[in-house]
Design a protein around this ligand. Sequence first.
Ligand SMILES: *Cc1c(COP(=O)(O)O)cnc(C)c1O
Length: 357
Amino acid sequence: MNPLQTDFAGSFVEIDEAAIIKNLNYLKKKSARDQVMAVVKADAYGHGAVRISKLIENDVDQLAVATVDEGVQLRNAGIETPILVFTVPDSNQGTAFREYRLEATISDFSHFDYLEKGTGYQLNFDTGMKRIGFYPNQVAEVKEKMQKYDHLSFRGLYSHYATADDPGSEFVESQMNTFKKIRSCFPSDVPAHMSNTSAILHYDIDHFDMIRPGIGLFGYAPGKVQSDILIPVMSWKTRVVLIRDIKRGERVSYGGTWVAPDDGFIATLPVGYGDGVPRSLSNKLKVEIEGELYPVTGAITMDHCMVYLGTHKVRNGASVELMGGQSWLANTWAEKAQTITHEIMCRLTPRVRREYQ
Ligand SMILES: *Cc1c(COP(=O)(O)O)cnc(C)c1O
């Protein structure tokens, strides 16, 4: 820890570890699957990849990260669970995959050449996402290639849904059926997986051997339809650091986009887009102070934002709920910022202290 770290961070998130375990158990139950690959990419969606991986490592079969560096971070922290890297391998990463015992995603014939003897890999098939993966009609050619590269270790095959956020999408079933056919061409003792959080929550389909949830572990369903059962894991807090008065007609922050409708008070909060509050929530976000919701007014700046209190002067130093509590949850932040909950969580910067409980 930084020896100069003071007790006060501009803002901090509280992470409810018991809720993660409950969410994990619910996702297993809902999918009727025991095998889980927990997705902890992007610093476990802002929750802290090392800490979260240690918390769940005995309850899951695999972890998944996006990049080799993310996998190395987990190995250096002593995590022993198998780790799959989702993104496309690079020709100079072979040694890192082998030394850190990371499984590579192979989605092109060239990738076989990048990997060193003994390295594990999983095949990715594109059943409709058009992002990465072999096409279904390449199965025979892939199998031929695998025989030639039997010094590598085949550990699984997977695909990814493009439209499972929408609970009524027919494309989900079509992708699943395509993957089922591909799956039948490979040995059944090698696990196949396809179901992200939304497929688990919204679809009663074949979840193959293993589920692959990310955001559900952290308490949210992707998309518009939320789950009543998942428990949001993160709440984000700060405190009022200044209270000053404002006169009717005066403007707040860069560009003066907000005009005080009346004489009253402005509370300044030590949190801004440099912490991950989307600037697009300027004049939209509401926060809770002493049990009441108040509007964030004027442009959100890099390090501060301002709250109009009307004539209600709260205590200086009062704690503020930015996310969670009586305040908006991350899915409402996402909706108002016209993005998705995944992005709201990934935006949290290292400046925001993570506290685990
Ligand atoms: C991110 C990701 C997931 C997890 O998705 P959620 O919507 O967070 O559950 C699963 N599989 C792949 C390939 C991913 O990239």
